[in-house]
Design a protein around this ligand. Sequence first.
Ligand code: MN
Length: 276
Amino acid sequence: MDVTLSCGAATDTGRRAANEDSYLAQAPAFLVADGMGGHQHGRQASDTAVAALRGLLSHHPLAPEDVVAAVDNARAAVAELAAHPHLAGRAPGSTLSGAVLTRHHGEPYWLVVNIGDSRTYRFRDGQLAQVSVDHSEVQELLDAGQTQIPAELGNIITRALGAGTDSQPDYWLIPVADHDRVLVCSDGLSREVDGPGIARILADEPDPAAAAAHLVAAALAAGGHDNITVVVVDATFTEAQRRDGVATDTVPHRTAVDIDESTLPKRLRAASEEQA
Ligand code: MN
């Protein structure tokens, strides 16, 4: 791969009794999972999701389809946890969000995946853009044009891995640009620190590990009501990739319809029709 990745991660329990977030921050996969289900089951769900995705680390280069297949495995593995007799019908679940470096038509792309309300952002040229779209009741009201969001909606999510559902993740395929920075986080960051606050820290701190630590510290300073997990990854092109060049003017799309539909994973194509 003609892209060099450097990453950092940080996590903190915040004011919760236990940390139910899990993450993977190792090239080429940068993922955060926020478990739910009470007691130790939330952590088990997020750990199970991340463990199922570890297989991505041993394949080079990855195609977008490989990531879709691994996420399907993660969904199945989390769903299986519900069979545990101690759970008495309460199926644990987990969010999953993040970016995986893939090759598509020979070029480097971020395959961004999301299910639930953890988030993946891209920081490019000093601008922070949220790539993922939350699967939450709040987001549904925003999509419907509502501007007054009832506070009691809190953090109700509408899709997850497991949790007694078979709901599907969303995917985006985004060309990697030289000096891209990607931020993946659980809602313990995004609920405590707003976009400009996040952007300021990403701009001020060139080291990804230090940026992740500063973001967690900012969330704690703002209250730290929930578990906080942050992964920051920087992409730098090698000289060979710079010579090749790639389109860097492409904005993130909900699906990859503008790239080459005929070669995309089935799921991506189906989703693009659904969104159209
Ligand atoms: Mn959370």
